[in-house]
Design a protein around this ligand. Structure first.
Ligand SMILES: [Zn+2]
Length: 212
């Protein structure tokens, strides 16, 4: 028996099932369900948050590069999430469990989509709310310094790359719990989790930041 809790053929998401292994396809759907449950979003709210009235493209691609997944803006200003072999084979090992690693990776990318659809306001507001900033170093390069509780500024290792990564990591930690950064010892702090809860509720109520 095949049960899909969220219809992959819904008009806001575009993916080609033939490019996916059945268990990978199931993992994508399970992750969408996890996000909507954690956020308290109905199917229409999920669609609005992640598509902005356009169609979200989710591609399964074989390339093995430095990434497990990537989100970019493509034609017509819509988002495209690309999921590579590493997303599913667990070779990056953030979780001891492959399925959990894939789900964490996918929800991180969906957080980027949500942020892009907000006009990048969601991540920028979290940066300001936490007092995180970019510091220009002697080399002339800007370096992101997350601010927050704990030894690592309240962000994961990946969250130290930029405020967009900080936001995506906070959303993933909100959905999958404090073990999200297992093995790295860098936990997302409470103020970030509270921020994510707040903006998820605003999205549910239709008052989240929208790009115009
Ligand atoms: Zn990212």
């Amino acid at each position: 028996m095949i049960v899909h809790s969220i219809d992959p053929a819904a008009d806001w998401i575009e993916a080609l099932p033939t490019a996916w292994r059945p268990e990978e396809w199931a993992t994508l759907h399970a992750t969408l369900a996890d996000l909507s449950r954690a956020a308290g979003w109905s199917a229409p709210v999920l669609a609005r948050a992640l598509s902005g009235g356009k169609r979200l493209l989710v591609r399964r691609r074989p390339e093995a590069d430095d990434h497990s997944a990537l989100t970019r803006v493509v034609d017509g200003g819509r988002c495209c999430v690309e999921l590579y072999d590493r997303c599913f084979d667990g070779s990056r090992g953030r979780y001891p469990d492959r399925s959990a690693y894939a789900r964490g990776t996918i929800v991180h990318e969906l957080a980027h989509v949500w942020d892009i659809e907000s006009g990048l306001l969601l991540s920028d507001r979290m940066r300001r709310a936490t007092g995180s900033e970019y510091v220009i170093e002697a080399s002339g390069q800007a370096h992101y310094h997350p601010a927050g509780g704990g030894e690592y500024g309240g962000a994961t290792k990946c969250g130290h790359l930029s405020h967009e990564e900080d936001f995506a990591e906070a959303v993933a930690a909100f959905v999958y719990g404090p073990g999200y950064d297992q093995g790295q010892g860098r936990y997302v702090d409470r103020q970030r989790l509270a921020y994510v809860a707040r903006v998820m509720a605003q999205e549910r109520d239709g008052s989240a930041a929208r790009a115009t």
